[in-house]
Ligand binder design. Structure first.
Ligand code: SF4
Length: 123
């Protein structure tokens, strides 16, 4: 198991390079230009999380897939489980930007990240 390494802070566009070292039962973090970087580094080392962006199927829309994202970060070990759940979903067009397509999945919602109109019918 590694006892030191480097991370890039992704909280803001500055992208500080963080150096970390295991110290006792915790970690020492350096290179952060603000306190949020230390918090990011500790989370990344102990419970890494990600905003999940993906697509879900759409019925009757101008496109067959709708881009969605989680409204909060999800622990990395839960990402594949979330993908499986989203793979079971089919939403009906029209869909509005920000519309919830999956509510309260382990404490986060998944929302549409674009409008998706109905396909025009050719009667
Ligand atoms: S440590 Fe602070 S300043 Fe540096 S990238 Fe992270 S949030 Fe931005």
């Amino acid at each position: 198991m590694r006892t030191e390494g480097k991370l890039i802070c992704t909280i803001c566009p500055l992208g500080c390079q963080l150096s970390w070292k295991k110290k006792g039962t915790g970690f020492e973090i350096e290179g952060n230009k603000c306190p949020r970087g230390k918090s990011f580094g500790l989370t990344e080392l102990t419970n890494p999380q990600r905003i999940l962006t993906t697509t879900v199927k759409v019925e009757g829309g101008v496109h067959p897939l709708l881009p969605v994202r989680s409204t909060g970060a999800i622990p990395k070990e839960q990402l594949s489980s979330a993908m499986r759940e989203l793979g079971r979903i089919t939403v009906k067009a029209p869909v509005d930007f920000g519309q919830v397509v999956l509510a309260n999945w382990n404490g986060v919602d998944f929302i549409a990240t674009r409008n998706l109109p109905k396909a025009s019918s050719r009667d």
